[in-house]
Every structure is written in structure tokens, then in C-alpha cells.
Design a protein around this ligand. Structure first.
Ligand SMILES: *[C@@H]1O[C@H](CO)[C@@H](O)[C@H](O)[C@H]1NC(C)=O
Ligand SMILES: *[C@@H]1O[C@H](CO)[C@@H](O)[C@H](O)[C@H]1NC(C)=O
Ligand SMILES: *[C@@H]1O[C@H](CO)[C@@H](O)[C@H](O)[C@H]1NC(C)=O
Length: 300
């Protein structure tokens, strides 16, 4: 037979167990906030949860720590928007599972929080946070600057890429003949991107420099294509490209297919030519000396 204390203990156990179940029920909560959006866009933030048969008491949305929207089904009207600077809630598209913001401003970059409370008697509450960046996109493609559009294989070239006025600054990526160029110390050096701030609009520009020690494999039928691609998340892409021609001396180009890389070096070729030329000169001197000596013997 069970004593009353046994029954009480069993009931307590069941209560504790159900409390635990309730705690875990809110764990299925999910917040859906885009990582980055374009300034001026209309954005819907979602909060999904499963209260497992307990009624919803309230949903509260915060930007950083400022509450801007609240939804309480038991109240009339159930929704309320609070004035938070630059936040513009579209009440017709907000409710128990989502809140919609109109024309988001760059300054609304920040942490968005969704707080869900289940109804009494426990009013269990859970909160989730997600960061959203409101980006200002560049108006134009990046600009490329290069000093030379011709190069002798074995020489270095420098190319710069500049992407103006965005927030955050654009990521710049380099491509040589449609293949992404990676800094590899030997042939390719990509200097760290310099970020410059435009004081007036508080926008940023990015400047990247690549140095290429040219080799034969950089040229396809005598042409190297250098492209710079700017991106701001997956919201914006812009690109610019230029062509650099192989300007190696013709001899080096002709012999290029059979000679090794070091012999391809145009400077080496020049030295080789000078050396043979010098040899010819000294052979001629020797010949003239000999002739002179012979003629002196003969004429004596
Ligand atoms: C030429 O440079 C590339 C890097 O851009 C490198 O991967 C390749 O090995 C080099 N080729 C030769 C023949 O040295
Ligand atoms: C730049 O690239 C990095 C690495 O891929 C990425 O984490 C970052 O979000 C990008 N930033 C922008 C502004 O696109
Ligand atoms: C010969 O060598 C000199 C330097 O020693 C160089 O200035 C010149 O360009 C070379 N000439 C040729 C034809 O390679």
C-alpha cells in the first residue's frame, strides 16, 4: 500500500518532470534574422517556438536592449510598438511569429532579440539573439590602376584596386586568368587591404595591391587577364579587369618553349648575347694580331 507521503513524493516528481519538459520545450525556439541587409530594405525578422500546449503569453522584440515591439494575445489590441530611434515597424506585417521593419537605416546594425514567454502559472521565458548588419553598398564598380600594360616575363608588376564608399568596406579578391590569386610569397604578393574612412558620410573605401612576379604560365597567348572583384556580403558584387601583354624580347619568346625558366629571363639572354659578341671581338683581335705579326715577318 502507498502512504500519502509516497503519493506526495510521486506528484512532486511528476511536477518536477513536467517543469523540466516545459523548459526544454522553449529550447526548440529559433530566431531567423538575416546576417546582412541593404540599407533601405524592408526586413522581416522571425521567431519560431513550440510551447507544447501551453498558451503564449507574450513576444517581445529588442534592438540591442531597447524594446521596440510587443505582442500579447490577451490584450486588445494585442500589439504595441515602442518608439526607438530609426525603427519603423510595419504593424500589418508583424505578430506572434514575426516583426517587419520598413526602410532599415545603416545605424540599425546591431543585436536583435526575441523574448518568448509562455502563459501562467509558470510564465517560462526564453530569449534568443542574432546580429544583423545593415550595409551601405558602393554605387560603382571598383577602379583598377596599373602603371604598365606590358611586361617582360620575369619582371614584377603592381596592380591596385580601389572600391569606394560603402559600409562595411568591400572585400577585394584578385583573379589572374579567371583563377583566384592567392598570396604565395614566390610569385604573388597580396598586400593587406587598406581601409580609408570618408569622414563626411562615415563610409569606407578599400584599397588592395597585388604584386605579380611574372612567369610564363601567367600568359595565355601572350596576354594575362587581371581582375579585381569587390563584394559586400552576398548583397553586392562589382568587378574590373585589365589585360597585360607579354613584352619579352622575341628571341626569348621563340626559345621559350624549349628553354628552362632561368634561361627565359630576358636579362640573362641579353648577357648571353653580350658575352658572345665580346668573344667575337676578342677572336677578331687575335686574328688581327696574328695577321699583323705574319705581315711583319713577311715584310722583313
Ligand atoms: C608561376 O606563378 C604561379 C603563381 O601565380 C605558380 O603557381 C607557378 O608555379 C609559376 N610557374 C612557374 C613555371 O614557375
Ligand atoms: C569578407 O570576407 C570574409 C571572409 O570570407 C567574411 O567573413 C566577411 O563577412 C566579408 N565581409 C564583407 C563585407 O563581405
Ligand atoms: C649588353 O650589356 C649591357 C650592360 O653590360 C646592357 O646595357 C646592354 O643592354 C646589353 N646589350 C645587349 C644587346 O644585350
Amino acid at each position: 500500500m502507498l502512504s500519502t507521503s509516497d503519493i506526495r513524493f510521486a506528484l512532486l516528481f511528476i511536477q518536477l518532470f513536467s517543469l523540466y519538459r516545459e523548459t526544454s520545450s522553449l529550447k526548440s525556439m529559433v530566431i531567423k534574422v538575416p546576417e546582412a541587409v541593404k540599407s533601405g530594405d524592408t526586413v522581416t525578422l522571425k521567431c519560431e517556438y513550440d510551447l507544447e500546449n501551453v498558451a503564449l503569453y507574450s513576444i517581445k522584440w529588442y534592438w540591442n536592449d531597447e524594446e521596440f515591439y510587443r505582442y500579447i494575445p490577451k490584450e486588445s489590441p494585442p500589439f504595441k510598438a515602442f518608439p526607438v530611434k530609426l525603427v519603423n515597424v510595419d504593424l500589418s506585417k508583424s505578430g506572434a511569429n514575426a516583426v517587419t521593419l520598413r526602410g532599415v537605416h545603416r545605424q540599425l546594425t546591431g543585436d536583435y532579440k526575441c523574448e518568448v514567454s509562455a502563459d501562467g502559472p509558470l510564465f517560462h521565458t526564453d530569449i534568443l539573439v542574432a546580429r544583423m548588419i545593415v550595409a551601405e553598398l558602393p554605387h560603382d564598380d571598383p577602379i583598377m590602376s596599373l602603371r604598365d600594360t606590358k611586361v617582360e616575363i620575369g619582371k614584377k608588376i603592381q596592380v591596385e584596386c580601389f572600391s569606394a564608399s560603402s559600409d562595411p568596406e568591400a572585400n577585394l579578391t584578385w583573379f589572374i586568368n579567371n583563377k583566384e590569386a592567392k598570396d604565395n610569397n614566390d610569385f604573388i604578393t597580396i598586400h593587406p587591404t587598406k581601409v580609408e574612412k570618408d569622414a563626411m558620410l562615415e563610409l569606407k573605401s578599400a584599397r588592395s595591391k597585388i604584386e605579380i612576379l611574372t612567369n610564363k604560365s601567367h600568359f595565355i597567348q601572350g596576354v594575362m587577364t587581371v581582375r579585381c572583384v569587390g563584394s559586400v556580403y552576398n548583397l553586392w558584387h562589382g568587378s574590373v579587369e585589365n589585360y597585360i601583354r607579354d613584352d619579352s624580347p622575341k628571341l626569348a619568346q621563340v626559345l621559350g618553349s624549349t628553354l628552362s625558366q632561368s634561361q627565359l629571363d630576358p636579362i640573362f639572354e641579353h648577357h648571353g648575347n653580350n658575352a658572345t659578341w665580346m668573344k667575337r671581338v676578342s677572336n677578331l683581335n687575335l686574328f688581327l694580331c696574328l695577321m699583323f705579326s705574319i705581315s711583319r715577318i713577311v715584310l722583313r
